[in-house]
Ligand binder design. Structure first.
Ligand code: GLA
Length: 409
């Protein structure tokens, strides 16, 4: 077992453990004290997420079903009476500092991590909730660039902290949190320039422990779906392929644009409001657009079927829906990659009930739902398949639905 500089514990089987919330709070407080020789007002944590099913549906007004991960970003923060903002963040063995004023935090003025950290002050101000200056220290054990929403975890920890120290009063209930989600998404879209939907931030702020979040992106409503895997003798493996994934490149934006164009041509606001695939086939200009629409429409239906099975206590039967989701993302939406396909194929062949890529795609993570007794065999099979193809060794996390963002000290 080894510990990296930022404190991620790497087990012999390369499974990094998430920090406990107490440990995360201590690490953030420690960085704050070392940097500014003072105590923070408090520490706030917000988790990364993994989506169980419902991919590339959020920006189409569709349904998705994420869970919060035990991996969180932690921010120790102290409110200032002036306009000065000082931020230090230690992510992935690098330390980033930013110093300026609330005024100076505007789109295109910042680059890299400060767009997600300081950027939240702009997001709040743009929503009419101007924060005072502050000092903040951030640490995180959400794997970076793995498609587990490390950036949403940062935004959501910051927005919770700034909401509370400025007394805006939004973090205390789900209605207020839905507004904080919108602010965090605005930061991601218009500050960081990633045209994502709202699933990641909703997962970070609106989930509950032990539940998956059924999120309806058309009206923003949610339902907490009990998701007790151990009770069913199951484990959820999150397989980080370590193929780097980035949402700020053009592919994600191109998919979104193509869906929006299709919706306009089909005469609806979002693809959620459309379900006549035969008509789409006959009326859209090319096969690629038809395939994109087919993915979105069938994926939304799969989320409904998945939740219906879970509700009926038939979780052991959801595997084929996960498989169909992956195949649709690979063939119709074309957002998979060879590492994701290899992980999914190997997991299925070794007995997973179902397996699929999760998140935006083009790298990042796959998930496999496995019987406890098969977990080791599936893990070994994925490793072996990766070794056989000369890929970097994957990292496998076993996760259960964790708690949403909250003040932790
Ligand atoms: C990324 C985005 C989300 C969502 C997924 C795909 O994670 O941040 O908004 O679109 O991709 O489901």
């Amino acid at each position: 077992m080894t510990t990296t500089e930022t404190g991620v514990i790497v087990d012999n089987d390369t499974t990094p453990a998430a920090w406990t919330r107490t440990e995360g709070a201590e690490r953030a407080t420690d960085l704050f004290r070392r940097t500014w020789d003072a105590a923070p007002d408090g520490v706030w944590a917000s988790p990364g997420r993994v989506n169980i099913i419902g991919e590339h549906t959020d920006y189409n007004g569709g349904l998705c079903l994420p869970i919060a991960l035990p991996h969180c970003t932690y921010v120790a923060l102290r409110r200032r009476e002036d306009d000065v903002v000082r931020i230090v963040s230690a992510f992935d063995q690098s330390v980033v500092d930013w110093e300026g004023t609330v005024e100076q935090i505007v789109p295109r003025a910042l680059k890299g991590w400060p767009t997600y950290t300081a950027g939240v002050a702009w997001g709040l101000a743009d929503a009419g909730l101007r924060p005072t200056g502050f000092d903040a220290a951030l640490v995180s054990c959400v794997p970076l660039g793995a498609g587990l929403s490390s950036s949403a975890a940062v935004e959501c920890a910051m927005v919770l902290a700034l909401d509370e120290v400025n007394g805006f009063g939004l973090g205390g209930d789900d209605e207020g949190r839905a507004k904080l989600v919108d602010i965090a998404v605005h930061v991601e879209n218009d500050m960081a320039g990633a045209p994502t939907g709202g699933m990641d931030q909703a997962a970070s702020l609106r989930t509950t422990e032990g539940h998956a979040l059924l999120l309806d992106c058309l009206d923003g409503s949610t339902r907490q779906v009990p998701f007790d895997l151990a009770d069913a003798g199951l484990e959820l493996l999150v397989i980080d392929t370590r193929a780097k994934h980035a949402l700020v490149d053009g592919q994600y934006a191109a998919r979104r644009e193509s869906c929006e164009q299709a919706a306009t041509m089909l005469g609806v606001d979002t693809l959620r409001q459309f379900d006549d695939l035969g008509w789409a086939l006959a009326n859209l200009p090319d096969d690629t657009m038809v395939a994109r629409v087919r993915h979105v429409v069938t994926e939304i239906a799969r989320v409904q079927e998945f939740v219906a099975l879970v509700d009926e206590g038939r979780i052991l039967e959801v595997g084929p829906l996960m498989d169909a989701s992956h195949d649709s993302l690979r063939d119709d939406y074309e957002v998979s990659c060879v590492e994701l396909d290899t992980a999914v194929d190997a997991a299925r062949a070794a007995g997973a009930l179902g397996a699929r890529m999760t998140g935006g795609g083009f790298g990042g993570c796959a998930i496999a739902l496995v019987r406890e007794a098969d977990a080791d065999a599936v893990r070994a099979a994925v490793r072996q398949a990766f070794a056989g193809r000369g890929f970097t060794e994957p990292i496998v996390h076993v996760v259960t639905p964790a708690a949403p963002g909250a003040r932790v000290s």
